[in-house]
Design a protein around this ligand. Structure first.
Ligand code: AHM
Ligand code: MG
Length: 342
């Protein structure tokens, strides 16, 4: 079969009436920006892009109090610059910016809002392990031409498109516009993303989990019990042996799950209880949940469907349980039983 480029795939989606021209342009622009980020990531030390942003005397810190890497800042600039002038957006928001960024009046404006984590898995940049970009697309509410933060606060069910790019041994773009989840691989010679898997399907059952075990002593009681039962293997209540993986790049962990199943968990723990969790709802949990649901998986906060969470802040954090449906549901049962006092 003739290979299908992202451009051709999107034109087919547009002709079928599934997306409009603006959304097609938006996705193409994000994909192009991701290719630029992929080039920067790929150069590594040769491109002088590794290490912390700022100076040794004054390190650069983002709004969430996290030290910024040079590549965090560069990737944010690449996405901002690429998306500002095309006429498809009303505003942007990013993990690296305190407030949303309305499209300047000098440029034409569109009806979409774009949110992104420009470089997810920052702790892996300097050690040459996969990192990625995550993005989510919402509609700008009717009649709003200069959106503020509050206009981005829509539940995940309102997303019209979500995706991520993983910068690993190959660069891949994984995308949904609400009609399945599809994977594209960057052909570096051609400079084009090519469709390599249509309709990814996450196996319903799994024997693999992903969690940062070093936080175990800080977890809530139902999490302690759930993971203890997984670790007990064949002889425990779950009756099977489980394997564990943790890349510490959500993009890479979720990509593995979209490919061969599994459950990814970043639960609430005592250290971050006040913040609500570690991962961010609007540009990490929601887009990943949309992609995973569209691939037949499930995504939850441990107590409810992720996509139903009504957001209260642009940088709001949530606990995340995402992946193979039966395993996500199993984890939910432990929480429900605990909450019911069992
Ligand atoms: P980042 O967006 O600042 O890179 O943080 C998010 C990352 C996720 O990709 C990953 O799952 C998690 O943080 C790893 O956290 P930890 O270092 O606590 O294991
Ligand atoms: Mg991130």
């Amino acid at each position: 079969m003739k290979p299908i480029s992202l451009t051709r795939f999107l034109i087919q989606e547009q002709h079928a009436g599934h997306i409009n021209a603006d959304l097609r342009l938006l996705i193409e622009v994000v994909a192009r920006a991701c290719k630029t980020i992929s080039n920067a990531v790929g150069k590594g030390a040769l491109g002088s892009v590794l290490g912390e942003a700022g100076t040794p005397e004054s390190a650069s810190v983002n709004i969430q109090g996290e030290a910024q890497k040079k590549l965090d800042v560069l990737s944010n600039e690449i996405l901002l610059e690429a998306n500002e002038w095309g006429g498809h957006l009303a505003g942007l928001a990013s993990e690296e910016m305190e407030h949303s960024h309305p499209i300047p009046n000098a440029y034409p404006k569109g009806n979409y809002l774009l949110l992104f984590d420009p470089l997810d898995g920052s702790s892996n940049i300097d050690v040459n392990i996969s990192v990625g970009t995550i993005f989510s697309v919402l509609r700008c509410p009717d009649g709003i031409t200069e959106p503020g933060d509050e206009h981005f606060l829509q539940p995940g069910t309102a997303q019209v498109c979500a995706g991520y790019t993983t910068y690993g041994p190959s660069t891949m773009l994984v995308l949904t516009v609400g009609r399945g989840t599809h994977a594209f691989t960057l052909d570096r010679e051609q400079g084009s993303f090519m469709l390599t898997t249509r309709d990814l399907q996450i196996p319903v059952e799994t024997k693999e989990f992903a969690i940062n075990m070093s936080n175990q002593r800080h977890w809530e009681a139902p999490m302690q019990r759930y993971i203890a039962d997984l670790l007990a293997g064949k002889d425990g209540p779950r009756g099977k042996d489980f394997n564990m993986r943790w890349v510490a790049s959500m993009v890479a962990d979720v990509h593995r799950i979209l490919t061969r199943g599994g459950i990814f968990i970043y639960p609430l723990d005592a250290k971050m209880r006040d913040k609500g969790g570690k991962l961010r709802l609007m540009y990490e949990a929601n887009p990943m949940s949309f992609l995973v649901e569209q691939a037949g998986g499930a995504a939850s906060t441990g107590r409810g469907r992720m996509l139903d969470v009504v957001p209260t802040g642009l940088h709001q954090r949530v606990p995340v349980f995402i992946g193979s449906k039966n395993e996500v549901n199993a984890a939910l049962r432990y929480h429900a039983e605990f909450d019911a006092g069992k």
